[in-house]
Design a protein around this ligand. Structure first.
Ligand SMILES: [Zn+2]
Length: 291
């Protein structure tokens, strides 16, 4: 499971360095047959199989990871978010990443405190205790969990517009654009659905499919000319992921999906043929130390 692959520079995120990406690919190729998801069921060669997956469709994946994969003839699976094209609306999770990259934590924290009562933030921000910077910890907790989506947007959007002037410019610089998607598609990579607006599972399978999956599937059909068969839920489904695993599968199957990729760590065998486990490239233990 890959997200950002780039030279560290954006402070708000923890990207995988391209050199380390190449080392991981070397290791994977030695030990696995790398395939697109559609080929998981084909008769097996000697090695077990591996799918290289990318979430969130960020620009670095097109500019850095894709050329490396293409030049080495390695297939991979990329996932599409349609809301940025249809609504020009950037998911809060990426507004947070971007804002924390371009502005100091002190600056953002000061602004949050000037607008909202943040007395509960300090003691509840423990989930981000891995963040050494205390203001980074407060900011991430406040923006991702404590404030409502509208409140977070009211802090983040004006700051990013100050930097990019328009959302079109932000989206063009932050995400894979449609022409680039066509290049990825023609190169033989697999493309699946990630989300419309990067929302976690809402608890009602039919409604979630109608809002967060179907419009993305249709957008891919319309603009890339094929019907996607694979799905990667945003946030791995979020807090209701267990419910999602049970209830969303029949809806997805009815709509022609062959499987989905979770954020649960683990290998896959004949017992989990629909929801597939993954290993996060940034949490390496099961696949060796690449430092
Ligand atoms: Zn995502």
């Amino acid at each position: 499971m890959y997200h950002y692959v780039q030279v560290p520079g954006l402070k708000g995120i923890h990207p995988l360095h391209p050199d380390l990406f190449e080392k991981q690919l070397d290791w994977v190729l030695q030990n696995y047959e790398v395939v697109v998801p559609d080929d998981l069921e084909k008769p097996r060669q000697s090695k077990p199989r591996c799918v290289i997956t990318f979430d969130d469709a960020t620009k670095d994946q097109y500019e850095i990871a894709f050329p490396i994969l293409k030049s080495r003839g390695i297939p991979a699976y990329f996932t599409f978010m349609s809301g940025i094209f249809t609504n020009r609306k950037v998911p809060v999770v990426h507004l947070v990443h971007a804002a924390l990259s371009f502005f100091t934590d002190e600056e953002i924290w000061e602004e949050i405190c000037s607008k909202f009562d943040t007395s509960q933030v300090k003691e509840n921000s423990q989930i981000y205790s891995y963040e050494p910077d205390i203001y980074r910890r407060y900011n991430k907790y406040a923006l991702n969990f404590y404030l409502s989506e509208e409140e977070s947007r009211s802090v983040l959007e004006p700051k990013l517009i100050e930097k990019f002037q328009t959302w079109d410019r932000f989206i063009e610089s932050y995400y894979i654009n449609l022409d680039e998607w066509k290049v990825i598609n023609h190169a033989g990579m697999s493309i699946g659905v990630h989300a419309v607006d990067h929302k976690p599972y809402c608890g009602v399978a039919e409604r979630f499919f109608a809002n967060e999956i179907k419009p993305c599937k249709q957008f891919i059909q319309e603009h890339l000319g094929f019907s996607p068969k694979w799905y990667t839920p945003a946030f791995g489904g979020g807090t209701l992921y267990q419910d999602m695993i049970l209830k969303l599968r029949p809806v997805l199957e009815k709509e022609g999906f062959a499987g989905g990729f979770t954020t649960l760590a683990g290998f896959n065998d004949e017992n989990n043929r629909f929801w597939l486990n993954r290993f996060d490239c940034n949490r390496i233990p099961p696949v060796g130390n690449f430092e």
